[in-house]
Write a protein that binds this ligand. Sequence first.
Ligand SMILES: O=C1C[C@@](O)(C(=O)O)C[C@@H](O)[C@@H]1O
Length: 149
Amino acid sequence: MTTVLIANGPNLSRLGTREPEKYGTTTLDELAALCMQWGSELGLEAVVRQSDDEATMVGWMHEAVDAGWSVVLNPAAFTHYSYALRDACALVSSAGLALVEVHLTNPHAREEFRQTSVISGVATGTIAGFGTDSYRLGLEAVAARVHER
Ligand SMILES: O=C1C[C@@](O)(C(=O)O)C[C@@H](O)[C@@H]1O
């Protein structure tokens, strides 16, 4: 089965209680279980991780390249300023692996600083604003690309 890394950035461990009016009430553990279920329905093995640490996330992108994993990435606040994570994401997409950027909220409808993504330019595509369904749609996009190969 094809493995997909679902990588979550800073503060997403607090899902469920973090600004629930914006991010919903689903916890990260619940989201991980949903992703594993959606993944298996799509013929994908979902590996779900979260870190508040930029270097750790850069290392995960290197691991994805070496292992041939596609990635569904919610870079969280790193979206807006982490050139290190952007460069690591470019390694994934330039290796021909799908790198789908996802967001629970629609950053374009929020504060000005959220309207810039330094990741989008090297992502295969971006899905934002559909709550936890953004992840499901991200997995569907990966599955469509993997199965057309
Ligand atoms: O932490 C997050 C979550 C987020 O990536 C989202 O999923 O909507 C949007 C980011 O602006 C924010 O920093």
